[in-house]
Design a protein around this ligand. Structure first.
Ligand SMILES: [Zn+2]
Ligand SMILES: [Zn+2]
Length: 418
């Protein structure tokens, strides 16, 4: 097999890897780099691809797939839940960034007509390749992917989290003998604090804010993080009002339609029973002034109802904002976190509300990643991707030093023989 890196090299975004055998050519993910203007992987012609294997719904893995559907299109393989979430995310992407996108809704529809649902742990064939999806723990429906061909085995980790969370089971990391690994490196340099501590601190903070008569805004990604926060509050028997708004509500329903992907579907169901769903501006104005917790996308405050809540909650020192999602540089969420500034009545102003960050990551941390490679069987060549430059380069160097593995942080366009 030959692996060509089309994107996701020394960056988090536009993950895309072309795997070629003698007769079969498949893409592992085909994502976008979310920026002011979205950026795409290295160009590839539709005729040079036989199929796409999609690890999970996030746009940095799925957002460029409609580009392959201008004419006939290819088959796309993923879990059924991944397809439901991908459709929702790309629809929203078209709404928010449509002006910058080289495809339209019709290409998304074509793509959704060419989906093939895959279950975890079921081996299937695409051309000469035998493929298995393994549960990845990162978001619901997400997978790591194993490709076998001619006696060689390749692992693509996708994005993964080995620890179980309130919402999800942890990743499966029994990969067997491997010859080649494409590994995510997001937190190769950083460990996360113990999850239980983060949960406890978050719930205590939420109580404190409501008890002093304040409103706590929790800007959260619609997919996964909003539901996780709801479950964290429920499992701690949080006694006060909780509201949820925006695209998270659709994602709730999608999750509940696929309970088999959840660690404890009843926990999510019960969490949501207690929550007020907000859908009108009068409700929004009311709840923003009510002592409560408001969970609302967008997680980086780039859009959605969270923008309104943020401008309201920011005005009063009794209130608070809990940052529970990763904040990319140059986003309103990053500005809030680093400088304490937010848009209030159209002007960038110092925020009076308390701002606190909680590390609810859905990626394996540094120690977990090294533990995973300690366990790995065989003597695989490794490429480190899906991390910033330092993370990818250092991770590869450390894998070489610690385990004597042939590891490298590739550049876009690099090819490797398996
Ligand atoms: Zn992801
Ligand atoms: Zn990703």
């Amino acid at each position: 097999m030959e692996v060509k890196v089309l994107g996701g090299a020394r960056e988090v975004g536009r993950s895309a890897f072309l795997v070629r055998g003698n007769t079969t050519r498949i893409l592992l993910d085909f994502g976008v780099l979310i920026h002011k203007t979205p950026a795409f992987p290295i160009h590839i012609q539709r005729k040079d691809v036989d199929a796409v294997l999609l690890s999970h719904a996030h746009l940095d893995h799925s957002g460029a797939i409609p580009l392959l559907f201008f004419t006939s299109g290819v088959k796309v393989y993923a879990t059924d839940l991944t397809f439901d979430l991908t459709k929702l995310l790309i629809e929203d992407f078209l709404k928010v960034s449509g002006f910058y996108l080289p495809f339209e809704y019709i290409e998304l529809i074509n793509m959704m007509r060419n989906t093939i649902n895959i279950n975890y742990n079921e081996r299937f064939k695409v051309g000469e390749f035998e493929i298995t999806f393994l549960e990845a723990g990162h978001i619901a429906g997400g997978a790591s992917i194993i490709i076998e061909n001619g006696g060689k085995r390749l692992l693509y980790t996708g994005d993964l989290n080995v620890h179980e969370t309130q919402l999800l089971r942890g990743a499966v990391t029994e990969f067997g003998e491997l010859d080649f690994v494409i590994t995510e490196s997001t937190y190769a340099l950083t460990d996360h604090p113990p999850r239980k501590d983060v949960e406890r601190e978050f719930v205590n903070f939420a109580k404190e804010v409501v008890e002093r008569g304040g409103t706590l805004l929790v800007p959260a990604f619609a997919v996964g993080r909003s539901q996780e926060i709801a479950c964290v509050l429920k499992s701690a028997n949080f006694p006060y009002r909780i509201a949820m708004d925006g695209m998270a509500l659709k994602v709730n329903d999608i999750h509940l339609n696929h309970p088999e992907y959840l660690r404890d579907p009843n926990l999510l169901r019960k969490s949501l029973e207690d929550i007020e769903f907000i859908s009108s501006w009068s409700e929004r104005r009311r709840i923003a002034k009510t002592p409560s917790v408001i969970i609302s996308p967008a997680g980086m405050l780039g859009g959605g109802a969270a923008v309104f809540y943020n401008s309201e909650v920011a005005k009063n020192s009794k209130n608070a904002i809990a940052i529970v999602s990763y904040q990319v540089a140059d986003t309103p969420g990053r500005t809030l976190l680093d400088k304490g500034l937010a848009l209030v009545n159209g002007k960038l102003k110092k925020v009076k509300a308390e701002i606190k960050r909680f590390d609810f990551s859905s990626h394996s941390g540094r120690t977990d990643l090294f533990k995973m490679f300690e366990k790995i069987k065989g003597n695989p060549k490794i490429i480190t991707i899906h991390g910033d430059e330092r993370a990818c380069v250092n991770f590869a160097e450390e894998l070489k030093e610690r385990f004597g593995l042939d590891a490298i942080a590739p550049k876009p366009g690099d090819t490797f023989i398996v």
